[in-house]
Design a protein around this ligand. Structure first.
Ligand SMILES: *[C@@H]1O[C@H](CO)[C@@H](O)[C@H](O)[C@H]1NC(C)=O
Length: 866
């Protein structure tokens, strides 16, 4: 208020000095009012308190006052819709109010009469509202601190700390009487504890909000289960929804949340059982949230050109994450997408084989009948790299037992079904023994799992060990033979080379295994590979040890980091995830494909790095991120006018044309989409991500694959349904991309009121009615002349997404249509029908167009690439 008066004073002296000229004065008056308001706002931002005491004014909803922590990280105040007001804590500097804690989450104030203050009688922190009926101040929420701790009331203050913790403190002895960290809502902040205080019985756990704008206690909760070997559990109501494996001394078994960037700690003693975590670089904001749809998410805030929360990890993500998906004694494994993810553990078989065959694992597995597993020569089969079964009813022996001793211990008890090491960080520190059911076991690809030893009878034991012996023998023979062959081959090659006097370095491809015809094609074409290899240390220095700050994004195959070489050159490093089974194949593929390509519309590969498990690709760094950030966001999209968009379309088309016919090879990209188009500093598009690209012979037209990989919404029907791909499947993806660029909508988005499930269907409907421009942002059609070009592009887009692959134009035809004035043929029905397998929209459109495609008879295997 003082500041406001002060500004008004300046204003009055100024205005009295300018009464010579009314117009000038008028102008000044306006300017000064703005100035005063500005000062007022600045003043308000700078002098925010971080404490409430009986001496300060309450935090009132009507005043818009907030508490701001001393380091300006967090703010506390009122938020919510007009008749649903809550007191909460959010990040002070992050736009968009990310709320991390709510006081009266189930008890909103229905008007703006709320205020938060210290109770003058007992020093408690209390939220009041003013009842209109009898004009009294009623308690809405209270910290419920013990009444004796704060008397007199002036002894206690509430302070918002920079950690996001709201504490009620004894002013003199600084003892914490109450803190919001003890009563979390849906968010876990660094240095906050999750777990149980065994002395006081306090349980700290997260609960989801009811919905995006209702912070009330929702359906999901996330807590540490202290029984057996403690683990984290996400509940849906009372039902277990997802769980982590037990704490294995280093991390939660089965939670690969990049342990290198975080400092996780776990305590389990007489006083408490708790878990805390912290980002190594504490200047980075991070949080763990249980969201309304039942996902645990880990976010990091990026202070880059584009400021946003980035999700580093989340769970549950796939079918195998669903608790007990394969029931008792089942093992879940998603690494072979065409197969049923459930199998039985060694020594077990499906209880109901028919249902199992129908891919229903609800009845689980049982031990094979007649298996003798009690002192009849039984033993254990090792399952490597798994999330171990539910540990809530296990026996934990923590006194330093070796693995061998664990086995003995398990054998001693005929009910013991499996064992594992309790702590993988040091040798011989105890075991976990399972008795009875083994539930929720899943296979992990590498690194983040641990070994589980499952009890089997003598017969199975010999079968498994024999199998491995036989395997060993096979490997031995194969390697001897192949060594011999390579010696012969090299001798031959060396002689031949000597004769011809050539100096080529050949890379012998054994890439793209599993697709035999291509393999042969590829094997036939031996090509040069002169790509620089980068040293791992160089990349560690360049990316500051792959720090989270430098992380640009995360894809299906790993993370991308920004880096700077000693020379000053900026690079983007794609670090292939160790957890991705597809890694090596895609890696070799990408290296061989892209190393040969050079075009201004393709992202340039600078080199690669292979070091033990680490596989990395080094690209030129493009500052403007990918196209999806621009076109699907109304804010950033406004930077792209029609001329720019048209240039981008042409650029992408040229890039694809180069892949299809102008380079020395014929390449099908197979995963064209907005997020795979990067933009350089002049917004010139560059196609990236060749992890799924395939090479064709000159005369080859199409190929078939069993493993359909691609992205929902961009895949042509013949590829998604039959695994057939050709240059025309890329043309289809280009058509989708083109329509997306023009409309700023994703193909997979449903458009309100449309009878079709996706953008293509909707555009087709508009096209038939002659009003395609309805869906285009009117600003794009400025100047008016652009309108023709926009409709022409939509026409071309529709030609590209036609159902029949042969109807679609080639890329060179597309470019000629884009750049010349030609009359275009009318498009046939596009392929939009198969887009959604089960939704009633898809079915109704099927019957509409009279297509007799049975959606359920086709298995679409779709791996989301990103
Ligand atoms: C919850 O998190 C998942 C995974 O990140 C996300 O797909 C989903 O949209 C989120 N739900 C809500 C309601 O925010």
């Amino acid at each position: 208020m003082n500041q406001y008066n002060f500004s008004m004073q300046i204003f009055s002296t100024k205005s009295s000095a300018t009464h010579l000229n009314h117009i000038v004065m008028n102008y000044f008056t306006h300017a000064m009012i703005h100035y005063a308001l500005l000062l007022f706002i600045i003043f308000r931002l700078c002098t925010c308190l971080d404490t409430i005491s009986i001496k300060t004014n309450p935090i009132r909803d009507t005043d818009n006052t907030v508490l701001v922590s001393s380091g300006k990280t967090f703010a506390l105040g009122f938020f919510g819709k007009p008749n649903y007001r809550y007191v909460g804590i959010w990040y002070h500097t992050i736009p968009g109010q990310t709320v991390v804690w709510v006081a009266n989450r189930d008890n909103p104030i229905t008007d703006s009469s709320g205020f938060l203050s210290i109770d003058t009688t007992n020093g408690n922190l209390v939220l009041y509202h003013n009842s209109n009926i009898n004009q009294t101040d009623d308690v809405v929420w209270s910290a419920n601190a013990s009444s004796s701790a704060c008397s007199p009331a002036s002894d206690c203050v509430a302070q918002l700390l920079d950690s996001g913790n709201l504490v009620l403190l004894h002013n003199i002895n600084k003892q914490v009487i109450w803190q919001s960290f003890d009563h979390p809502t849906n968010t876990m902040l660094p240095n906050m504890k999750l777990g149980i205080d065994r002395r006081t019985g306090l349980k700290r756990f997260l609960t989801s909000w009811k919905s995006e704008d209702d912070p009330g206690i929702g359906n999901y909760s996330y807590s540490i289960d202290p029984s057996g070997s403690p683990h984290l559990i996400l509940y849906k109501g009372q039902i277990r929804w997802w769980r982590s494996g037990p704490w294995n001394g280093m991390m939660w078994n089965g939670v690969p949340a990049s342990a290198t960037d975080f400092n996780a700690s776990f305590v389990n003693d007489n006083n408490e059982i708790s878990q805390m975590w912290d980002v190594l670089d504490s200047s980075i904001f991070s949080r763990i949230v249980v969201n309304e749809s039942g996902m645990v998410q880990l976010f990091i805030w990026y202070e880059g050109a584009e400021r946003r929360w980035n999700e580093l990890w989340s769970a549950p993500t796939d079918r195998c994450d669903k608790y007990g998906h394969c029931s008792a004694f089942g093992l879940c494994d998603t690494s072979t997408p065409t197969q049923f993810e459930c199998t039985c553990l060694p020594g077990y078989e499906p209880r109901s084989p028919t249902e199992w065959y129908m891919r229903d694992a609800n009845h689980g597995c049982v031990r094979k009948p007649g298996s003798l597993i009690c002192r009849k020569g039984e033993g254990f089969v090792k399952l490597a790299n798994v999330k171990v079964p539910d540990t809530s009813r296990v026996e934990v022996i923590s006194s330093g037992l070796s693995l061998k001793a664990c086995e003995k211990e398990c054998l001693r008890n005929c009910n013991c079904t499996a064992y594992a090491r309790a702590n993988i960080s040091e040798k011989g520190s105890g075991c976990i023994l399972w008795h009875g059911n083994l539930i929720d076991t899943r296979k992990l690809t590498a690194g983040d799992g641990q070994d589980l030893y499952v009890r089997v009878n003598e017969h199975d034991l010999s079968k498994y060990t024999k199998k491995s012996k036989r395997l060993l023998a096979t490997i031995l023979i194969v390697s001897v033979v192949s060594v011999l062959f390579s010696i012969i081959f090299f001798a031959y090659w060396f002689l031949k080379r000597k004769r011809k006097g050539q100096h080529n370095f050949f890379l012998n491809d054994n890439i793209t295994s599993g697709e035999s015809s291509e393999e042969r094609n590829l094997a036939k074409s031996k090509r040069h590979l002169d790509l620089p290899f980068f040293d791992l240390r160089t990349l560690i220095t360049a990316t500051d040890n792959f720090s989270v700050i430098n992380k640009l994004g995360q894809g299906g195959f790993g993370s991308v980091y920004k880096g700077q070489l000693v020379s000053g050159q900026e690079i983007a490093v794609k670090r292939l995830s160790k957890y991705s089974g597809q890694g090596m194949q895609e890696f070799k593929n990408e290296v061989t494909v892209i190393a040969k390509l050079q075009h201004r519309n393709l992202v340039g590969l600078l080199g690669c790095c292979i070091h033990k498990d680490e596989k990395m690709l080094i690209y030129e760094y493009l500052p403007n991120k990918s196209l999806d950030y621009f076109i699907f966001d109304a804010r950033t999209g406004s930077n792209l006018d029609w001329t720019k968009r048209f240039e981008i379309v042409i650029g992408i088309a040229r890039g694809i044309l180069y892949l299809h016919q102008d380079s020395r090879l014929k390449i099908i990209h197979r995963d064209l989409k907005a997020s795979n188009v990067l933009l350089d500093s002049t917004m010139n598009p560059k196609i990236s991500d060749f992890g799924m690209a395939r090479m064709f012979n000159d005369d080859q037209i199409q190929a078939r694959t069993k493993r359909v990989v691609g992205t929902y919404g961009y895949m042509s029907p013949e590829y998604a349904m039959q695994g057939l791909y050709s240059t025309k499947s890329d043309v289809f993806s280009f058509g989708v991309l083109l329509l997306e660029i023009i409309t700023g909508r994703k193909n997979t988005d449903y458009i309100n009121g449309s009878p079709f499930p996706n953008l293509i269907g909707h555009m087709w409907e508009l096209w038939k009615e002659g009003r395609v421009l309805d869906i285009v942002d009117p600003t794009l059609c400025q100047p008016f002349s652009a309108q023709d070009e926009v409709s022409k592009c939509i026409h071309i887009g529709l030609l590209c997404v036609q159902e029949g692959a042969t109807d679609r134009p080639t890329m060179s035809e597309v470019i000629s249509m884009l750049t010349n004035d030609t009359t275009l043929p009318p498009p046939n029905t596009p392929a939009f029908i198969f887009q959604q397998q089960t939704s009633h929209d898809a079915n109704s459109s099927t019957s509409r167009s009279g297509e007799a495609v049975s959606l359920n008879s086709v298995t679409i295997t779709i791996l989301e690439a990103r």
